[in-house]
Design a protein around this ligand. Sequence first.
Ligand code: DGT
Ligand code: CA
Ligand code: CA
Length: 362
Amino acid sequence: MVRVIGHVDLDYFYAQVEEVENPSLRGKPVLVCVFSGRTEDSGVVSTANYVAREFGVRSGMPIVLAKKKLEGRDAVFIPVHDERYEAVSDGVMQLVGERVDVLEKTGIDEAFFDITMSSGADYSVARTLAAGIKTAIRESHGLSASIGLGRSKIVAKIASDFMKPDGLTVVTPESTVEFLGPLPVLKLYGVGPKTAEALAALGIRTIGDLASFDVGSLHERLGRKTAAYLHTAARGEDEEPVTERQGPTQLSRIITLKRNTRDADEAFNELMPAMDDLHHRLVSNGTSFRTLSTIGVLTDLSVKTKSKTFENPVEDLSLLKDDVRGLLQALSGSAGREFRRVGIRVSELSSKGDQTSLTQFY
Ligand code: DGT
Ligand code: CA
Ligand code: CA
């Protein structure tokens, strides 16, 4: 099955958090710095906003050098506030986690996600979901993020970096080879300066050069494993799954209706098998949930949801058919358009024997 993998990365993260904290900083060069304390200016730039980057300032640059580049520019130098960034990171990750099938956090400001199921493997639905994630991050944290979507982690990661800041780059399976082709090999995950140099010696500079290079000769020069990896990566065909590190935070099922409709009962009847399937998944894992949502993808591909939160964890989803029907009716009433797809989602999950999360509920 074709997958829809995403990579989300917050823009100029530490500096942007500082701008949210103090909006008067906007428009000025802002540099978040790790001051080593040896002398007033010793230390390095942790990150800088895009205004400062215009003047050549980069992460890791000595503060002294950055000061030179920004002389007379009214630049602001701020010490790092790690706890602040951690808290924002937690909030953003939770919010993204609630909107995707699987989330894999890979750094303080970035994560891979899989939305194959929730998009029904439809890249136009996936684009809408990703735009919704960006909006949610902006609305609840005031931050811009860049998102890339593609068939694999390699493609998603390159795509999120492609149009920074505030980017949304969707690389469909069909356009993958064309998208990757002109990019330098250094953009490929796992290709550092050393490998890039070895490849340059073979006349390989772009990912396209790599994709069309004879695999046999690549084996000879770089060894079997590296060659095999590079060959697959150059086509964006890596199979590496997105893996949740702490168990899922939500589970969902979405289906495409036989025909577009505003009729909630008709939609409900078609959703039933998916609801049963989700019920069995929950029972077999011993998982209960507190929030039940229905999802409607409308004919204009906009995505709407209605949710209901229960006071205590619910173990038996099959008892909630009337609630699901009611949520679908409310959704259809407020949507103003026909449904194209409908779905069901349970979140705020807890598992039997998971005492810590159970006690949190009481
Ligand atoms: P972006 O994603 O290019 O818009 O900019 P950032 O600043 O978000 O860069 P990213 O995603 O590579 O790093 C996330 C945060 O990690 C960044 O805001 C500050 C910190 N960081 C990144 N590189 C360095 C570094 O070289 N030194 C230190 N101390 N911190 C760094
Ligand atoms: Ca970033
Ligand atoms: Ca990052």
